[in-house]
Design a binder for this molecule. Structure first.
Ligand code: SF4
Length: 708
């Protein structure tokens, strides 16, 4: 009874891309509980993060005043700090002083070294409006396209392959289409941990008779509901999927009418899969040839088959090839363009789809208009009323390489603005990334907490959490959904749209998005125009009423299109561009010195770099320790019991964690979540990039494991 709320506010979950609608319950200006709403993606369901991961916003470590680095305090990339030592490094400042220093430092670097000396990391944890305004600030205010966000670290290779193949980087069918599918493949994904409510729809579908094919090097929880579990060897995705394509060709499971009408380049794929017979690939990928044949026949012949994938597919140096092969599999068999079919890259963060749509990427303006396309470039110059850079900017990993470039490099990055990202935890090869951040002449970080990245900043701006502001987010299903403020930001923390506009003004831009909540509706309406019609029917007023509208939505009376590619795809000629693939080995295979394969990822209770969920009481109580998962046989060989300390080392660094037994992790493989600063998995990871998506190979590098 003591927790009877004073008010309840409808909003959307701040964590994963499933996009569950929920209600915050507020008492005495604190959120005290959360309930699920009957949203189109969740039907009232929430996972443990959505239900219990709200109290981080009230954590005593919230930043409530701007901070400025004390004169003479060096930036130490080894980050050996404790939160309670912050006053030794920073002093509190007024907003006027902090904004003047933040904008002044960026402006003077731009004026002295040119626009390409600056870069910006935006965030998929922020709203569409924040993403739009952030990329506009970098393009218009900084003057270059050096703007990126965490999509580079999760699905950049998926987007590269999808844009090339089907002309759109978004999903073709929503998650809940699994309820209409006869069979669906879940590959490189652990949805019970990473998209938990989506996993519940998958399990429901299985119980109604749908066949799940779970393909992943690790045997994860969804295996209990799967018809077939294909624990293929790490790094052999193309071997497995091309073997399926071989069967499609050899057994003539091709939907010839569909391909003739809807695709190019069939012959190149047919030629490309010669040599990929299941019998030839079985020793490589570890899946028996007969199983590959059986699964392929079932996939191709069902009335509706769907493919959903996660970062186990995308985070490889051959991530784009992995997705090209999946596109070919769906297209050759005609399993696309209908309910219960299609391609669904499961998006990670709550707004990674929307942040990408809004142009928070270095190669494209909003709605994937290429910056080096003359027509698109001219349109945005007219729209924003200013000259724009026409060359693609650097991506996340490239930017931190450029921060360490020699003084003579004309493209050396010297100043950066980071909003809501934590590259000092999320980038690969953290020792290198942290040195890059520490070497910047001017770093401005806007966040909720003094994150590992903020620790290296010159100016830290206290920002607002998701339940403290208005904003829209676009989930993995292309649903644009309304977030509402339940409580005010604490102390002197400010809404991010306000901070963005103040910084823009400090850099000479007269931005005034008027209206309540720092003009969020005005920013949305400008973004709607910049999106070239794709959300033309999604007005702010409509969202206030409906809470969730799926795009494409071309007019106010368009209900939105959950399933796309029904008649054609949005490529130049409306046809799928098939691209053959070959076997590209991982960049750093295990060897005698580093005999284990490291796979990094998330776990159910913690979100990304842990800055929010490790400050949520319930979630941190459930998973308080950094762990490394190995199978029982490997633990025994190493003389380890569950809970023992162990050290995992790669050529780039080492971490000490607690051993966890997980017999779903294959022998010779170790899995580490990347949420723990005290044992940061990315100290180990390899910065090698996929050449197309520029995504690092987080899912495969060589490590050694030892007791103690
Ligand atoms: Fe939030 Fe994702 Fe969990 Fe839904 S499934 S409650 S969106 S974390």
């Amino acid at each position: 009874p003591g927790l009877t709320p004073d008010r309840s506010v409808d909003s959307v979950c701040p964590f994963c891309g499933v996009g569950c609608l929920l209600t915050w319950h507020v008492k005495d200006e604190q959120i005290v509980g959360v309930t699920g709403r009957d949203g189109p993606a969740n039907g009232g369901r929430l996972c443990v993060k959505g239900r219990f991961g709200y109290d981080y916003i009230h954590h005593p470590q919230r930043l409530t005043r701007p901070l400025v680095r004390r004169a003479g305090v060096a930036k130490d990339p080894s980050i050996p700090w404790r939160q309670d030592q912050w006053a030794e490094v920073f002093r509190e400042a007024s907003w006027d002083e902090a904004l003047a220093l933040a904008a002044g430092g960026l402006k003077s670097l731009r004026d002295q070294h040119g626009p390409k000396a600056l870069a910006g990391f935006g965030s998929a944890k922020g709203s569409n409006e924040e993403a739009y305004l952030f990329q506009k600030l970098v393009r218009v205010g900084f003057g270059s396209n050096n703007v990126d966000h965490c999509t580079r670290l999760c699905h950049a290779s998926s987007v590269a392959a999808l844009l090339e193949g089907v002309g759109s980087g978004a999903v073709s069918n929503p998650v809940r289409d699994v309820e209409l599918a006869e069979l669906f493949i879940v590959i490189g994904s652990n949805p019970t941990a990473n998209h938990p409510v989506a996993a519940t729809w998958m399990k429901n579908a299985a119980r109604r008779g749908a066949k799940i094919v779970l393909a992943d090097p690790r045997r994860t929880e969804l295996a209990r509901d799967a018809w077939q579990v294909l624990n293929f060897r790490p790094d052999t995705d193309v071997a497995l999927v091309n073997a399926m394509l071989y069967v499609v060709v050899e057994e003539d499971l091709i939907d010839h009418a569909f391909v003739a009408q809807r695709a190019h380049n069939l012959q190149a794929v047919i030629d490309g899969v010669q040599g990929f017979s299941p019998e030839a690939m079985a020793p490589i990928c570890g899946i028996p040839a007969q199983t590959i044949r059986e699964v392929t026949r079932a996939y191709a012949k069902s009335k509706g088959s769907m493919i959903l994938w996660g970062m186990g597919v995308s985070q490889h140096v051959h991530g784009t090839d992995n997705v090209r092969s999946l596109i070919a599999l769906a297209t050759l068999t005609g399993q696309i363009g209908r309910p219960g079919t299609g391609l669904h890259p499961l998006r990670g963060q709550n707004n990674v789809q929307g942040a990408s749509d809004a142009g928070l990427i270095p190669t494209m303006f909003p709605n994937y208009q290429r910056v080096n396309n003359a027509e698109a470039h001219a349109w945005f110059e007219r729209f924003w009323g200013t000259p724009l850079d026409a060359t693609p900017g650097y991506t996340v990993v490239e930017i931190l390489h450029k921060a360490k470039a020699p003084e003579t490099d004309p493209h050396k990055i010297r100043g950066m603005y980071v909003m809501g990202e934590n590259p000092a935890m999320s980038d690969p090869d953290l020792n290198h990334a942290r040195e890059g951040l520490a070497s910047l002449q001017h770093l401005v970080v806007q966040d909720l907490f003094l994150t590992e990245t903020a620790w290296l900043a010159d100016v830290v701006l206290p920002a607002s959490a998701w339940p403290e502001k208005w904003g829209t987010a676009t989930n993995t299903d292309r649903m644009v959904q309304m977030g509402r403020p339940a409580v005010a930001p604490p102390g002197d923390a400010r809404r991010d749209l306000w901070i963005l506009q103040q910084l823009a003004r400090g850099m000479g831009l007269d931005w005034r998005y008027e209206g309540p909540d720092d003009g969020v509706a005005a920013v949305f309406e400008e973004m709607r125009q910049a999106m070239h019609g794709v959300i033309a029917g999604v007005s702010w007023e409509r969202l206030l009423q409906a809470d969730s509208v799926t795009y494409p939505c071309m007019s106010e009376d368009d209900p939105g299109q959950p399933i796309v590619f029904t008649d054609d795809v949005p490529t130049d000629d409306g046809k799928v561009h098939l691209v053959p693939t070959s076997l590209v080995p991982g960049n750093e295979p295990p060897d005698a010195d580093y005999p284990f394969v490291l796979i990094t990822g998330r776990q159910l209770e913690h979100w990304h770099t842990g800055s929010m969920t490790r400050r949520s009481r319930v979630l941190d109580a459930v998973e308080p320790l950094a762990t490394a998962s190995l199978c029982g046989a490997d633990l025994q060989r190493l003389g380890l019991q569950p809970g023992d300390a162990l050290t995992v080392a790669s050529r780039r660094g080492s971490v000490t964690l607690h051993a966890r037994r997980d017999d779903g992790t294959p022998e010779g493989t170790v899995f580490i979540p990347f949420a723990y600063a005290e044992a940061a998995a990315n100290l180990l990871t390899n910065p090698a990039l996929d050449p197309f998506g520029k995504i690092p190979e987080f899912k495969y590098c060589a490590v050694r494991v030892s007791a103690g």
